[in-house]
Design a protein around this ligand. Structure first.
Ligand SMILES: [Zn+2]
Length: 301
C-alpha cells in the first residue's frame, strides 16, 4: 500500500494533474468537450462545463475556456491535434468561473479573447464570481490559473469568417443567465453554442440572471434554424438543452405566477411551486433558490 501511494504521488508529481478531456466531433468543423453536470468539487475539479471549438480558415475559434488553466491547456492541445491547426481566437459566453477560468492559458499564448462589454461591469461589482473556483477545486487543478478578463469587449453582434461560411456572435437578450451572455450561431453546421442560456441534465443557478430574460433569449434562439444546440452544461448535442432550459424556465415562471395570484408570500413560495419533474437533474438543490429569484423578479413586475 505504501508503495502504491508512493507510485501515485510520484506520477502526479511527474506528469502533473490531468482532466483527460476528449473532444467530440459534433459536426464537420465543430468539436466540443462535455463535462459531467454537477457542482464543482475537488473530484471533478470544475470539469462540469462544456466548451466548443470551430474551425476557421486559418485557425480555430475556442468558445469558453473551462474552469482552469490546465483544462484550457489540455483542451487546446487535444483540439489542435484534431484540426491540425492552432487556436487563434477565444470567446467567453459569460463571466462565470467555469466558462472563463482557463483564460490565463490563452493570454499566455497572446491569443485574443472576446467577451460581452458587461463582463467588465460584473467584475467590478461581483469579482468573487470570477475566482470562486480557487476554493472549489484542488490545488493541483487550480495550478497556474489566474483571473483573466477578455482583451476585447463587444456590445453589438459581430460576424466571424469560419471554414464553411460566416458565424454570428450575438446577444439574444439584455439579461438571460447573466447580463453578459453571448451566443454563437453557425448556420452552415446548423449549430448554436448557447453558453448557459441553454443547458440539460442540470439545474443552473439564476442568481445573476432573469427568468423573463432567459425565456426571451430562448425564444430569440428558437427563431434560428438549427439541429444542434450545445448548452453550457449537459451532455446533449440535439435540441435537448434548448427544450430543457425553456421548459424549466416556463414552468418556473408559470408556477410562481399562479402562487402570486393566490397570494403566496416569500416564506411559502418554495413549497407552493411544484418543479418535481426536474428532480432527477444535477444541482436539484439549486431549485428552491431559483424559485426565490423568480419570485423576487416577478413581484416587481
Ligand atoms: Zn456554467
Amino acid at each position: 500500500m505504501k508503495k502504491l501511494f508512493f507510485c501515485l504521488t510520484f506520477s502526479v508529481w511527474l506528469f502533473g494533474f490531468s482532466y483527460d478531456v476528449k473532444p467530440l466531433k459534433v459536426e464537420n468543423g465543430v468539436y466540443c468537450i462535455f463535462g459531467e453536470p454537477g457542482a464543482p468539487d475537488t473530484k471533478n475539479n470544475g470539469n462540469i462545463v462544456n466548451s466548443c471549438y470551430i474551425e476557421l480558415e486559418d485557425g480555430i475559434l475556442a468558445i469558453d475556456t473551462g474552469p482552469t488553466y490546465i483544462y484550457a491547456k489540455e483542451a487546446a492541445t487535444a483540439v489542435e491535434k484534431e484540426f491540425g491547426k492552432k487556436i487563434t481566437l477565444v470567446i467567453n459566453t459569460h463571466y462565470h468561473n467555469d466558462h472563463l477560468g482557463g483564460n490565463a492559458y490563452y493570454r499566455e499564448r497572446k491569443i485574443k479573447i472576446i467577451g460581452d462589454a458587461k463582463i467588465k461591469e460584473a467584475y467590478e461589482r461581483i469579482p468573487e464570481r470570477f475566482s470562486s473556483y480557487e476554493m472549489a477545486v484542488s490545488k493541483e487543478a487550480w495550478g497556474k490559473s489566474v483571473v483573466t478578463l477578455p482583451d476585447e469587449y463587444i456590445d453589438k453582434n459581430i460576424t466571424i469568417k469560419a471554414k464553411q461560411g460566416e458565424l454570428t456572435v450575438f446577444k439574444p437578450s439584455k439579461k438571460a443567465h447573466t447580463a453578459a451572455d453571448i451566443a454563437i450561431y453557425y448556420p452552415s453546421a446548423k449549430i448554436v453554442i448557447a453558453g448557459d442560456i441553454a443547458y440539460s441534465q442540470m439545474i443552473v443557478p439564476i442568481r445573476d440572471g432573469s427568468v423573463k430574460g432567459s425565456m426571451e433569449a430562448l425564444r430569440e434562439i428558437g427563431k434560428l434554424e438549427f439541429t444542434h444546440i450545445i448548452g453550457g452544461h449537459g451532455k446533449t448535442i440535439g435540441r435537448e438543452s434548448y427544450d430543457f432550459a425553456l421548459s424549466y424556465m416556463t414552468k418556473l415562471r408559470n408556477g410562481v405566477k399562479s402562487a402570486l395570484d393566490k397570494g403566496v408570500e416569500l416564506d411559502g413560495i418554495t413549497k407552493a411551486v411544484d418543479m418535481s419533474e426536474f428532480k432527477n437533474a444535477a444541482l436539484w438543490d439549486e431549485n428552491p433558490k431559483n424559485i426565490i429569484v423568480a419570485f423576487q423578479e416577478m413581484e416587481m413586475e
